[in-house]
Design a protein around this ligand. Structure first.
Ligand code: FE2
Length: 232
């Protein structure tokens, strides 16, 4: 329940609307909203087991990639996103975070694509959550690139605790069903609940590994427009 409240805060239209307006890439693409939602889900799942700060993890999920200029390495996107925190704070979104939380959030965002691990549970959880979503590209995350024991267990099929099967991309039928369910999420709350339950598609339909053959009736993930909640 607590995770749902956090997810609703960071996925609310008043946050996603401005982020989308400034986003330079495909909102439904490999570094867009579906990715942020999965990083949120993985991060909160890890945070509860590692004693990480869920607010740092949640804000990392929606802010770490929003300054990307391309879908490639774009090595400057972490520092740009960290630098953008000052203007984001002026919007009041981070008012609930104290100085220590803001420092960890900035550190996590600034260096998230360096390939490092980190001993701080919150920063390590942020980076692990992002790397676990390499599964969307059909890439299994290497355990040595993970900071937390929980995430390393998540990529080990023998020890997998029911959080996310990282080595196997969902079968086509599962993906299609999840895309349809995602598309019917009409509110930020419904989208947050489906995200946390792992009931969103593993990738946007247009980016899904199953897209080689058209998906019947597959709709895009919900659009987010300020003040209107989540719509198709
Ligand atoms: Fe990312």
């Amino acid at each position: 329940m607590h995770d749902t409240r956090i997810a609703r805060q960071v996925l609310r239209p008043e946050v996603l609307g401005p982020l989308r307006a400034g986003f330079r890439l495909d909102w439904h693409g490999i570094h867009g909203l579906p990715h942020w939602a999965r990083v949120l889900r993985y991060g909160l799942a890890i945070a509860s087991r590692e004693g990480a700060d869920p607010w740092v993890v949640a804000w990392f999920a929606v802010l770490h990639d929003h300054q990307r200029n391309d879908e490639g390495p774009d090595r400057g996107h972490g520092p740009r996103a960290a630098d953008a925190l000052a203007s984001i704070a002026e919007r009041g979104w981070l008012d609930g975070l104290d100085a220590g939380q803001r420092d960890r959030l900035a550190e996590a965002i600034r260096h998230h694509s360096e390939g490092w691990t980190h001993p701080d549970p919150s920063i390590g959880t942020c980076w692990d959550a992002d790397r676990l979503d390499l599964a969307r590209l059909g890439i299994a995350t290497a355990p040595e690139l993970l900071s937390t024991r929980t995430a390393r267990r998540m990529v080990d099929p023998e020890a997998w605790g029911g959080i996310a099967p990282m080595r196997a991309y969902p079968p086509r039928a599962t993906c299609e069903r999840r895309h349809r369910r995602t598309a019917t999420a009409r509110t930020a709350g419904a989208f947050a609940r489906r995200t946390l339950a792992g009931r969103t598609g593993a990738a946007a339909p247009s980016r899904c590994v199953h897209r080689q053959a058209p998906l019947p009736d597959a709709a895009d993930p919900p659009d987010v427009r300020p003040g209107r909640g989540l719509t198709r």
